[in-house]
Ligand binder design. Sequence first.
Ligand code: CIR
Length: 253
Amino acid sequence: MQRALVRAIPASFANALSATPPASPIDVALAREQHAAYRAALEAMGVTVTMLDADERYPDCCFIEDTAVTGDGLALITRSGAPSRRGETEAVAAGLAPYLELARMTGPATLDGGDCMLLGSTIYVGRSARTNAAGIARLEEVFAPRGLRIVALDLPPDILHLKCVCSLLNTDRILLARDTLPARAFPGAAIVWVPADETYAANAVALGTHVLCAAEYPRTREALEAAGFTTHPVPTSEVHKADGSLTCQSILF
Ligand code: CIR
């Protein structure tokens, strides 16, 4: 059974982290509607969705992907590169514990789950402002004994997380935004290209032949459908204002 853990949006989401202040304030009521559409799309794709309560102390807590990396029956609970987000993990660990073995990360290591993409038996991990060398070393320590290979990729400073520019479609295919990382960074992977002016849409959630994608980017949708996927578009305006997108709103396991 494919499960997803998501986390409700707190009222404090209005103050979520954002690299550049949004042109208009975050509309929390609309964000919650969009979150409901996201959950419904996952359910339409056959996913069993469990939602954790929001925690008002953590405006970014709905971006649950960053708090854990899962693979081979295990969840590595991360230590975010954003100090304001470090308290998000305990509720997530409790939510995953019935299903997965847990491993932990301690300082000085930092890593955000949005920097990790498991493709086949390789975890690609972005070296970013959020994910440091000690975080990558801990990732390797936990997952290498389980047969997963860790490949670190340097991210340009303007990219928050690896999965801001690419995401998984299936075990040998990814969605990748043009003019970000080169295809050769992912040897052997087939690529569905996202036009450079739709880079935000390179973050999508795929299950089988179904892809949950950002509604506002028609050319990416066309590219996915031309590649044989059925798309499930969901609105993203409010998470976008907080530098979030689609994969970041769930942990799939
Ligand atoms: C942050 O800056 O941490 C949040 N405002 C956005 C996190 C988005 N996470 C992700 O794409 N994995």
